[in-house]
Ligand binder design. Structure first.
Ligand code: ADP
Ligand code: MG
Length: 483
């Protein structure tokens, strides 16, 4: 049943803030890492004392340009900084240094898989901004606390064009962006530590209309789930408002995860005039083409490139390639193993079914995986060569290999008596035994129930504890049953 809501289309644009993983802050040497006892990562500069001067941390520029290059953006050669002025207790300087006129990057896009197929979500621009401190209102009924550890930490703000059409697309976009910043190693992208948060601009319009509706901006959303819920609530609110004859007013909103409801921020905050003006204490940063080209040459292989390689050159499925490219260290590990052992599908199976679950369960980094890659390659070869049944290899050899990573897979297979045998006497005994034990099934087979071959094979495999070579067994079984 179609409802009034189906007549509308949702339009969304995001402003994503990414906290960069630099060691020191944007304009001073203070520790930029998350955590630490309150107000311990603060020098006179973070505290905004009069007379202090900013000194640019060059790493943030490299990070911004790397991201722009990965998105296919245009890189600005002359970059300037501006002051964004406002008064708040967690902003001791009274302004944030940001970029108002000359952002590092303009344009570019990222491909996102949606229910309507793959779509490019365009980037409007990327600029830098230093973070403010943190106000803590929920520790004491009568007082607010201020932690300035975060004040001055470098952020990148990625502003998209209004290209997104649903909460699911927003989630897919944010996942793609988080994957990208992790590949580029410019941010950890952890939303629960605030390394990635976003402002969500939402409007609705009747399907088929060409102009956009008036938008509202939901501020500071710090989880993908909240983003989806905020969008769901806001879309319904806007459509109800329009349908009842009202008009959506451009507003800045707050989303309360407890109630699932958006509500306007104070009007004063909404009507903010930040009195932007050029930062007088920082000269423009000029970037030469050579510099940009050098950084471009240093970019790692990106998820979309690896995905293309894995699906085309290695002939892996979409599912396998998607999982293997999700995180860069896993992709790198797979590639190493695939180079050593060219049986790509077998390598992918081992990565996806065994190695990845193991490191997730143990909460270890893939580089800490105990078994050396050449040994893993030998392990795969045992299966590919038919020396060991793959179920036996996975269930019995693999756990043993993790326990004793210096033993060869072959010697483990021998100790466990798992080497498959094509020895005719050995197989003959097994096949005869199973035929003798099941005269009725043999008769049924001979009358045409050929599917029973699977039953006989299963019985023989079980009796041989996985050691019967399947190909030779199958052949012998066929011969004896035909008699
Ligand atoms: P600001 O006034 O915050 O500087 P911009 O006009 O640059 O805003 O847009 C900020 C964000 O809002 C961008 O991500 C943009 O795509 C998005 N946006 C702009 N207009 C709309 C709209 N009508 N509906 C939804 N999102 C919009
Ligand atoms: Mg905005």
């Amino acid at each position: 049943m179609s409802t009034i809501y189906d007549q509308y289309e949702t339009v969304i644009g995001l402003e994503i803030h990414i906290q960069l993983n630099t060691n020191s802050k944007a304009f001073c040497g203070d520790d930029a890492h998350f955590g630490g006892a309150p107000n311990t990562h603060v020098s006179a500069i973070s505290l905004g004392h009069p007379g202090t001067l900013p000194r640019l941390n060059a790493q943030q520029i490299k990070s911004a340009i790397k991201l722009g290059l990965a998105l296919g953006s245009e890189i600005n050669s002359v970059n300037t900084f501006d002051r964004k002025n406002y008064f708040y207790a967690d902003l001791p300087k009274g302004y944030q240094i940001t970029q108002d006129n000359q952002p590092f990057c303009r344009g570019g896009s990222v491909m996102v898989k949606t229910i309507n197929g793959e779509r490019a979500i365009r980037t409007h621009h990327i600029h830098m901004e230093e973070d403010a401190g943190k106000s803590i209102h929920d520790l004491d009924p009568n007082h607010s606390f201020i932690d300035l550890n975060r004040a001055g930490v470098p952020l990148l703000e990625i502003v998209t064009e209004p290209d997104l059409r649903s909460g699911e697309e927003v989630e897919a976009y944010m996942l793609a962006m988080r994957q990208l910043v992790r590949y580029l190693d410019i941010s950890d992208g952890n939303m629960d530590e605030g390394s990635m948060r976003c402002d969500v601009n939402i409007s609705v319009r009747k399907k088929g209309e060409t102009t956009f509706g008036e938008r509202c901006e939901v501020k500071n959303v710090n989880s993908m789930r909240f983003a989806k819920r905020a969008i769901q609530y806001e879309v319904k609110r806007q459509i109800d408002l329009i349908e009842s004859g009202g008009k959506v007013r451009q507003q800045t909103l707050n989303f309360d995860p407890e109630t699932g409801v958006t509500s306007p921020l104070r009007d004063k905050e909404d009507a903010h005039d930040y009195r932007y003006f050029p930062e007088p204490d920082l000269p423009p940063v000029h970037l030469s083409n050579e510099q940009i080209e050098l950084w471009k040459s240093e970019l790692p292989a990106l998820p979309k490139e690896l995905y293309a390689k894995f699906t085309k050159e290695h002939q892996l499925s979409d599912y396998d390639a998607t999982i293997l490219t999700e995180e860069r260290p896993v992709a790198v590990f797979y590639q190493k193993l695939a180079e050593l052992n060219g049986n790509y599908k077998a390598v992918a199976n081992l990565m996806i079914n065994k190695i990845r679950p193991y490191i997730q369960e143990q909460k270890i980094h893939i580089q800490e995986f105990p078994v050396p890659v050449n040994s893993l390659s030998d392990f795969i070869q045992l299966i590919v060569d038919g020396k060991v049944a793959s179920a036996m290899a996975y269930q019995r050899i693999f756990p043993k290999l993790i326990e004793t990573p210096n033993e060869t897979p072959l010697s483990i297979a021998e100790q466990l008596h798992l080497i498959q045998s094509a020895d005719e006497d050995f197989l003959m005994t097994l096949v005869k035994e199973v035929i003798e034990k099941n005269p009725q099934k043999v008769a049924a087979y001979q009358k045409g129930k050929k599917g029973l071959i699977g039953f006989f094979m299963g019985e023989i495999m079980r009796a041989s504890k996985g050691k019967a070579d399947p190909k030779a067994t199958n052949q012998l079984l066929g011969e004896l049953l035909r008699k």
